[in-house]
Design a protein around this ligand. Structure first.
Ligand code: WTA
Length: 649
C-alpha cells in the first residue's frame, strides 16, 4: 500500500478525451460539469427531479427528498415499477427488437435476448413466483451462475415487489444459511450448477445443504444449466423451464411506492457477520440510471460489457438495473476470464464489437502477467470507453489498460463507490474530466465528498484523512436489514448527519480524489470485501483452533491476500496438513475467496498488556517480514521474534 501512495504522489501524467469522444459526449466540458455539479448540490430537488423524470412513474412524487438523518426518503409519494422501467418501457417505445442481453456461456454456448423476449421471460417468472405464493415484501434468495436467468429472476422479484437477496455463487452453503436466516427468505431461485474453469459449480447442492437447516423456504425454482445430477425435493423444488413453459407471458405490473425495498445485498463489515445492505426502488434506480448515462455515456449503438458477477453490487447496478434502465445492449459472460486461456475476454470483445468495457484492477493485473500476446491477438478497435472498479488501480496497471486495451484512445473511468452507495460516487465524466492513473477524480452529481480529520475538520490539499459524504444521495442505502442500531453505529456516528465511508483518501490541489484503502478491518481481496472478523470466526469454529488473528498482506494480483495466525488448543500439534485443513475449512465456511494464502500456527499471538491482539504488528510483519513500528505496548516481544523467524523460513 505504501508503495501505491508513493506512486500516487509522483503521478503527473494527465490524459484528455479525444476531440471525437468529447464532441459526442453528453457532458463535454468541465464548465458544464461544474455548473451541473453546483446545481446538484445547491438545488438537489431540481437536479434529481429532472433526472428521475426520465424514468417512468405511474404516480408523481410529492417531494423529492425527506432527510431526517440518517433516514432519507427520495421521491416521496411517487410510484413506479422498477422492472417495467428496465424492460417494458423500452418495448412500449418500439425498441422491443433491440438486443438487451447477449450472453455467452463458458463452454461457448450463446443466446441473445431482445427487450421483448426479456419482457416475456420476466413476466413468466413473475407469474411463476406469484403462483407459488411469493408476495410483495417477501425475501427471495437468488444463488445463480452468470446466466440471463439471474437478471430475469431479479427483475421478476422487482416486478411483484418481492425483495431479492443475491448471494454470490462462490459462497458456501453456510454463507447461504446465514443469509437465509438473517433475511428470513421464503423462496430461493438457483440452478443445478454453473460452469467455472471447465468444471461444474454444484449450486443446487449448496442450497440443499443450507435448506436442511432452514425450514422457511417453501419454493425453490431451479434453472437447468449444467444438467448434472441433483436432488429435487417434491413440493418444494420446481424446474424453471417447466414452470415457464406453462406460465403466461403477460403480467400486469403493479406500481410500488418509491421507497419500497428492492433488494438486500450482504457485505462484510469490520465486525461480526455480513450485514444486509438494504436498497429501495425509486432513488436506487435513478442513481443506477443516471450514472450509466453520464459516466458510461451509454448510447443506443453501444455494446456494453461489465465483467462483474450479479452477486456483487457492481452486478446489480451495472449489469441488471442501470444498463437495462438505459435500454442498452449488454454482453453477459458466465465463466472465468482465463478459460480456456487469458485470451477469452479479448476474443469476446472482438466477436461482439464491445464498445464499453468495465472490469476490476485485479483482473487487469492478472492479464498483464499473462502477457501482451493475448490482447494483441484480437482486434479491440470497437472499444471506446473503459472502466474500473473495486479497488485502487496502480499506475502501471492503468497505463497498460489504457495503451494495450484502449489503444491510447479510450478514456478510463476509475469508479469509486460501495455496496452501500448503490451507484458510482466519484469518477471522471469521460467527455471532459482530465484523467490520471490512480485517481477516481471528481465527485459525481449530488455527491458532496469530503476528507475529514479526527475532529471532523476538512483537511488541506494532499493531506490524508477519512473520506466522508455530507449530503444524502438517491441510491444511498436505506438501512441494514433488521438492524437499525448497527446502521446508525457503522455509518452515522462519527459526525452528525455525515456518512462514514470507511476509506482513507486524499484530495489533490485540482480536486481529484485518491483512495488509499480501507481504514477498518475490512480486506479487499481481488476487489471483494472480506471482514477479518468473519475469517477469524470461521477459524475458531474449527475444533483445533483456540484463537485466530487475520490480516491482509499486499499481493501483486489480488491487491490483498488473507494471512491467518492461529493458536491451537492444548495438545494439538501444528503440522503442514493441519494448516492446509484450516485453509480449506475457511473455504467451506465462507467460500473460496476467503481462503487464507498462508496459515501460521503460533503458540501465542502478540497482545497488548490488556490482552488485545496487535493486528497492526502482524500486518507489518506479513508485509515486510519484520516489525519496526512502536512495540512498547506489546506484552512479550519474543512472540514477534519467533514469528519473524517463521515467516522468513
Ligand atoms: C473499494 C464495490 C479505490 C473501497 C463497488 C470501497 C475502491 C470498497 C474503488 C467497496 C476505486 C471500490 N478505487 N477503491 N475505484 N471502488 N473501492 O462494497 O475501499 O464491494 O470502500 O463495492 O471497495 O467495496 P464494495
Amino acid at each position: 500500500m505504501s508503495q501505491n501512495i508513493e506512486n500516487h504522489l509522483i503521478e503527473d501524467r494527465e490524459f484528455l478525451p479525444s476531440e471525437e469522444f468529447r464532441s459526442k459526449a453528453r457532458i463535454s466540458s468541465m464548465e458544464q460539469y461544474n455548473e451541473m455539479y453546483k446545481e446538484s448540490i445547491e438545488q438537489p430537488d431540481v437536479f434529481w427531479a429532472r433526472e428521475a423524470n426520465e424514468l417512468q412513474w405511474s404516480k408523481p412524487w410529492d417531494e423529492v427528498l425527506d432527510w431526517q438523518p440518517p433516514n432519507a426518503k427520495w421521491f416521496v409519494g411517487g410510484e413506479l415499477n422498477v422492472a417495467e422501467n428496465c424492460v417494458d418501457r423500452h418495448v412500449a417505445a418500439g425498441r422491443g427488437d433491440k438486443a438487451a442481453i447477449i450472453w455467452e456461456g463458458e463452454p461457448g454456448d450463446k443466446l441473445t435476448l431482445s427487450y421483448k423476449q426479456l419482457q416475456d421471460e420476466v413476466c413468466k417468472m413473475a407469474n411463476v413466483l406469484e403462483s407459488r405464493g411469493v408476495e410483495k415484501g417477501q425475501r427471495v434468495l437468488i444463488y445463480m451462475p452468470m446466466i440471463p436467468e439471474a437478471s430475469i429472476a431479479m427483475l421478476a422479484c422487482a416486478r411483484i415487489g418481492a425483495i431479492h437477496s443475491v448471494v454470490f455463487g462462490g459462497f458456501s452453503a453456510e454463507s447461504i444459511l446465514d443469509r437465509l436466516e438473517d433475511c428470513k427468505a421464503e423462496a430461493v431461485i438457483t440452478a443445478d450448477g454453473g460452469w467455472r474453469r471447465g468444471s461444474i459449480v454444484p449450486l443446487k447442492a449448496s442450497v440443499d445443504a443450507a435448506l436442511e437447516k432452514y425450514a422457511g423456504v417453501k419454493t425453490c425454482v431451479v434453472v437447468k444449466r449444467t444438467e448434472n445430477e441433483i436432488d429435487m425435493v417434491a413440493g418444494r423444488d420446481v424446474w424453471w423451464h417447466e414452470m415457464a413453459a406453462v406460465a403466461s407471458n403477460e403480467h400486469e405490473a403493479k406500481s410500488f411506492d418509491s421507497e419500497t425495498p428492492l433488494f438486500i445485498l450482504y457485505t462484510s463489515g469490520s465486525t461480526g457477520k455480513p450485514k444486509g445492505i438494504l436498497h429501495s426502488s425509486g432513488g436506487y434506480l435513478t442513481g443506477a440510471y443516471t450514472t450509466c448515462k453520464y459516466i458510461f455515456d451509454m448510447r443506443e449503438e453501444d455494446v456494453y460489457w461489465c465483467t462483474a458477477d450479479v452477486g456483487w453490487i457492481t452486478g446489480h447496478s451495472y449489469i441488471t438495473y442501470g444498463p437495462l434502465a438505459m435500454g442498452a445492449t449488454q454482453l453477459m459472460y458466465e465463466g472465468a476470464p482465463n478459460f480456456p486461456d487469458f485470451g477469452r475476454f479479448w476474443q469476446m470483445i472482438e466477436a461482439y464489437k464491445v464498445s464499453i468495457f468495465y472490469t476490476a484492477p485485479t483482473a487487469i493485473r492478472a492479464f498483464i502477467k499473462a502477457g501482451d500476446a493475448f490482447p494483441e491477438a484480437n482486434d479491440l478497435s470497437s472499444l471506446r470507453l473503459l472502466g474500473t472498479v473495486g479497488e485502487p488501480i496502480n499506475p502501471e496497471a492503468w497505463m497498460w489498460y489504457y495503451n494495450k486495451i484502449g489503444g491510447g484512445r479510450c478514456p478510463i473511468v476509475d469508479t469509486w463507490w460501495q455496496t452501500e452507495t448503490g451507484a458510482i460516487m466519484i469518477a471522471p465524466l469521460p467527455g471532459c474530466t482530465p484523467i490520471k492513473p490512480g485517481t477516481c477524480t471528481q465527485p459525481f452529481f449530488g455527491v458532496e465528498a469530503v476528507i475529514l480529520d479526527e475532529e471532523g475538520e476538512e483537511v488541506g490539499a494532499n493531506e490524508g484523512g477519512r473520506l466522508m459524504i455530507r449530503k444524502p444521495w438517491p441510491s444511498m442505502l436505506r438501512g441494514i436489514y433488521g438492524d437499525p442500531q448497527r446502521f446508525q453505529e457503522t455509518y452515522w456516528n462519527d459526525f452528525e448527519g455525515i456518512y462514514t465511508v470507511g476509506d482513507g483518501a486524499r484530495r489533490d490541489e485540482k480536486g481529484n480524489f485518491w483512495i488509499v484503502g480501507r481504514l477498518d478491518d475490512v480486506l479487499n481481496v481481488s476487489g471483494h470485501r472480506l471482514g477479518t472478523a468473519e475469517v477469524e470466526s470461521a477459524l475458531v469454529a474449527h475444533p483445533t483452533v483456540a484463537e485466530a488473528a487475520v490480516v491482509g498482506r499486499p499481493h501483486e494480483i489480488k491487491g490483498q491476500a488473507v494471512v491467518a495466525f492461529v493458536t491451537l488448543k492444548q495438545g494439538i500439534e501444528a503440522t503442514a496438513e493441519l494448516e492446509k485443513e484450516l485453509r480449506n475449512h475457511v473455504g467451506q465456511v465462507i467460500g473460496a475467496i476467503a481462503k487464507p494464502d498462508e496459515v501460521y500456527c503460533t503458540p501465542v499471538l502478540p497482545k497488548t498488556r490488556s490482552g488485545k491482539i496487535m493486528r497492526r504488528l502482524l500486518k507489518e510483519l506479513v508485509a515486510t517480514g519484520e516489525v519496526t513500528g512502536n512495540v512498547t505496548t506489546l506484552e512479550d516481544f519474543t512472540v514477534i521474534e519467533d514469528l519473524q523467524k517463521k515467516i522468513k523460513s
